[in-house]
Design a protein around this ligand. Structure first.
Ligand code: ARG
Ligand code: ZN
Length: 885
């Protein structure tokens, strides 16, 4: 067992902080060989800490990789006998009730490859403090329930670092000797240290402004490296839309005079909501028509909104401890998905959310790292920035919204913000506010926060012709997860519709009386609270077709024995767009599963071909929805649905179906392509996005079957594209096609054209790493050797290694085990420089139990090899040990 085995931290051990910090005055001296941090902290005993009131506890401050240069208490050096420094803590044994502590530390941002705390990205200094990065800057009670008013003075060389930023408002600036200068910032809002930020660099400033609902003018500023000057507009526009939306939808107004966004190339995650100074991964904020795909634009809009929304859901009201992470993340993801739905198509957004959830979150919830939305323990908190916390957490908030309805939900959020403004609180406080505002009892609902695992609904039905009654039976079970068995039924909102034989919506009368009243609605949200329920629907003259779990009203698995006829019927007639899409997915899954290992003479169900023909040909259908319906379920999702999965076999079956469809619908695809060619200027609206999506799907299918007309359409599209969606669509189609020469030529041209743009080079890497054809191991190794690859840059690592292991499933699951071995090698290598990224990348291996024995044994062996690495980080330790347990 390695010596650095991390401690497990339990929610049940939570204690209020012994000391509070009223003010934190920081002074940073930034140099090329390091930085000196002067910190002046005003402490007092916490009146809520019983123990400390009575006896006077020692002061314990977190610290990580710091060199302590001096320690002064109330103006006097602390005697060596009165303090102690370990790897993780600075302890001062005797302190008075109130005191000022001055701490000077020396750090080396230029050598910080973990990208936590203060580090350098290219020539600029920047920070990432969530969750526990502030302790890499200076000694501090680095926990979210300690909130202080910060002031920050930054001193640096004026030529190299003309721009010096921190949280709040700039209050003073001036020149110093030796060509240096300083800027002082003050943040009037008390905040936890994880929201602290600092940026210093030679950055270009883009200005804009927003007038809030109360008429205050807020300066909006975006800071980027000068070469990115033309890539700021979309983020700034998204920001203004988000600010207006949050006023209208939640009554939330921005609270400082200035709001800043900074783009940074080296960043572990997507972005960070530091108070007044949001810092973004470049790939999540910079975009232009020529360099960003429609999907990237969509992602940018939602992440800019997400970080902005955190100003209330996260910053004004923050988390008491990191077990409550979903308090801010789940709620904020819910808010950003509502926003995206309102900006575009709510149905399409719902399909995208459900896809992520069902493909990846369900897998996480069924795997060795499964945890509840409010976990009970963790070793390394950075491992808990998970899909469960973010997207399942958002689903939980969404269910509250469904149960309460929009008006009571808004009353609840108003109460939550008002009651807890300036506080650090828990998910329970959130639910309580919703209860108090609505009068609803959410007691059982709270289990969604406590129990891990995905609920399964087994549904059956029968129709009683003589009585005209339709019976629907729903059984709920919740699988065991690590450390949790014998779970209780949860409170599940289950939206239902019934369709008559002509596709018409039927009334859902739960009793004869309701039937007689004539008031029965055409859609109901049934509330499941027991292990099993039976519902009766009256007044039905024929057997209806059920539309189950409309809009994916709860994050659950549904099993029901649909006939293919029923699925085709729902695809065509359901008034719920989500369930039309879902019916198509279920039909395709059924057909693909039937093809796994099937003999050559088994043909693809002609009804699937017919359904797709209709989708491709009928221009009157909602084209945005059609674009989604044409995407076959991914290999990842098909594998998630299978126990003992054989990925190459699933891949072959899926391809067989895809090729069959492409051959059968060849003429329709060409027609669809031509119908959707844009003649006018580039636009970003949902209609234009749907056209590009349809056209590029058609192209991809045509190239999959080596269609010559498709080839010339593709070459033309690649050459003439005025936007990245079309250029990348064509490139991707060639990369996945059998046209070897065209593939090589387009890849080469693409690199030559965009080699100076890191965001585009990332896409160039990942399209290759994710492809069946270019993503064999020899090619992946070549990509790692490519001059544009950079082991210090998380985006490049994700674009190659992450895309290979996460998206190129057929090559990753090579039966010879080489894909697993490759990932293990890279993870071990990365663990020494950036453990947080290493622990994230390893995740495909942790799912080893899902796969057929010849695969799972080799995956397990790869994990063991990582386990035995020297100096295994705490981050990787937790993931690897839990997956092998
Ligand atoms: N709070 C950020 C967000 O909006 C995520 C930051 C997480 N960073 C980290 N190093 N774990 O989602
Ligand atoms: Zn967030």
């Amino acid at each position: 067992m390695p010596s650095n085995q991390p401690q497990t931290i339990y929610l049940s051990d939570y204690k209020v902080p012994a000391y509070l910090v009223d003010t934190a005055d920081l002074r940073f001296e930034l140099f090329e060989d390091g930085a000196r941090v002067h910190s002046t902290l005003a402490f007092r005993r916490n009146p809520d800490c019983q123990e400390n009131q009575e006896t006077g506890a020692p002061l314990q401050l977190h610290g990580d990789s710091l060199k302590l240069e001096s320690l002064v208490l109330n103006g006097e050096a602390v005697a060596p006998s009165n303090y102690n420094v370990s790897d993780e803590l600075l302890t001062v044994n005797q302190v008075p009730q109130h005191f000022t502590l001055q701490v000077v530390t020396w750090i080396e941002p230029q050598n910080n490859t973990r990208l936590e705390g203060l580090y350098k990205s290219a020539a600029m200094f920047c920070t990432q403090c969530e969750a526990e990065g502030f302790r890499c800057i200076t000694y501090f009670p680095d926990r979210p329930d300690v909130m202080a008013r910060f002031s920050t003075r930054i001193e640096a060389d004026k030529t190299a670092y003309p721009v010096l930023l921190s949280n709040g408002n700039p209050v003073e600036q001036g020149d110093l000797s030796d060509g240096r200068h300083f800027v002082t910032w003050e943040d009037p809002f008390p905040k936890p240290a994880y929201l602290f930020a600092l940026v210093a660099g030679d950055l270009l400033e883009k200005q804009d402004s927003f007038t809030t609902m109360s008429g205050r003018k807020v300066d909006l500023r975006m800071y980027v490296e000068p070469r990115n000057s033309e890539k700021c507009e979309y983020a700034l526009d998204s920001l203004k839309r988000a600010m207006a939306w949050d006023e209208q939808t939640y009554g939330r107004e921005y609270d400082l005079d200035i709001f800043m966004i900074v783009a940074v190339d080296d960043f572990n995650m997507g972005a960070m909501e530091n108070k007044g100074l949001n810092i973004f991964n470049s790939s999540c904020v910079l975009a232009s028509q020529e360099t960003a795909t429609d999907m990237a634009f969509e992602r940018i809009e939602s992440i800019v909104a997400h970080e902005y929304f955190h100003n209330w859901s996260g910053n004004r009201v923050t988390c008491r401890d990191w077990f409550q992470l979903s308090l801010k993340e789940g709620f904020t993801v819910f808010r950003d998905t509502q926003f995206s739905g309102d900006m575009g198509s709510a149905t399409v957004k719902r399909i995208e959310s459900a896809t992520v959830l069902r493909t990846a979150q369900f897998a996480e919830d069924a795997g060795p790292m499964a945890h509840s939305v409010r976990p009970a323990s963790y070793m390394e908190i950075t491992n808990f920035y998970t899909l469960t916390i973010y997207v399942k957490g958002a689903e939980v908030v969404r269910m509250i919204h469904t149960l309460l309805g929009p008006d009571l939900f808004r009353k609840g959020s108003d109460l939550y913000f008002e009651r807890h403004d300036g506080q650090a609180v828990t998910t329970d406080d959130f639910v309580k506010a919703m209860e108090d505002a609505s009068g609803r009892d959410l007691g059982q609902f709270r289990l969604w926060y406590e129990q891990a695992g995905t609920p399964q609904l087994a549904i059956s039905d029968e129709y009683d012709e003589s009585a005209g009654v339709y019976h629907l039976h729903v059984k709920q079970t919740l699988p065991d997860t690590p450390g949790q068995t014998d779970k209780q039924p949860q409170h599940i909102p289950f939206a239902l519709g019934l369709l008559g034989s002509r596709g018409e919506a039927l009334a859902l009368a739960l009793s004869a009386d309701e039937l007689a009243s004539g008031d029965a609605p055409q859609e109901r949200v049934l509330e499941l609270t027991e292990a099993s329920h039976s519902f009766e629907f009256h007044g039905l003259s024929e057997r209806p077709v059920s539309s189950l779990l409309r809009h994916f009203s709860a994050p659950v698995r549904v099993s029901y024995s649909w006939t293919r006829e029923q699925l085709l019927f729902l695809m065509n007639h359901d008034s719920d767009g989500f369930n039309r899409w879902d019916a198509g997915q279920r039909l395709a899954i059924d057909v693909i599963q039937q093809m796994i290992g099937a003999p050559k003479d088994v043909t693809v169900d002609a009804r699937l071909v017919g359904a797709f023909r209709h989708l491709i040909s009928d221009a009157d259908l909602d084209q945005a929805l059609v674009a989604k319906m044409l995407v076959l379920p991914t290999v990842a999702y098909l594998a998630e649905l299978t126990d003992g999965a054989d990925v190459p076999a699933i891949h072959r079956a899926r391809r067989r179906v895809l090729k069959h469809l492409a051959i059968a619908l060849r003429d329709e695809l060409v027609a669809c392509y031509r119908r959707n060619i844009d003649s006018g200027p580039y636009q970003l609206g949902p209609e234009a996005v749907a056209r590009r999506s349809l056209r590029n799907t058609a192209l991809a299918w045509l190239l999959l079957i080596n269609d010559e007309e498709g080839r010339s359409l593709g070459l033309g599209q690649y050459r003439d594209a005025d936007n990245m969606t079309d250029r990348m669509g064509a490139l991707k189609a060639f990369v996945n096609s059998g046209y070897d020469d065209d593939r090589a030529a387009t890849l080469n041209d693409f690199y030559q054209t965009f080699q100076h743009d890191p965001q585009v080079v990332e896409q160039w890497f990942s399209v290759q790493a994710a492809s069946r054809r270019t993503g064999q191991l020899s090619h992946i190794h070549a990509l790692l050797e490519h001059p544009a690859f950079d082991w210090k840059n998380p985006n490049k690592i994700r674009a190659v290694i992450g895309a290979f292991a996460g998206q190129n499933l057929v090559n990753f699951h090579n039966p010879d085990g080489s894909g697993y071995q490759f990932l293990a090698d890279q993870v071990c290598k990365l663990d020494d420089s950036n453990p947080q990224i290493a622990a994230r990348l390893v995740s495909p291996l942790t799912r080893w139990r899902k796969f057929a024995p010849e695969y799972s044994q080799q995956m397990q062996a790869a994990l063991m090899q990582i386990r035995d690495k020297e100096n295994l980080s705490g981050d990787l330790y937790e993931v690897v040990y839990k997956s092998l347990a």
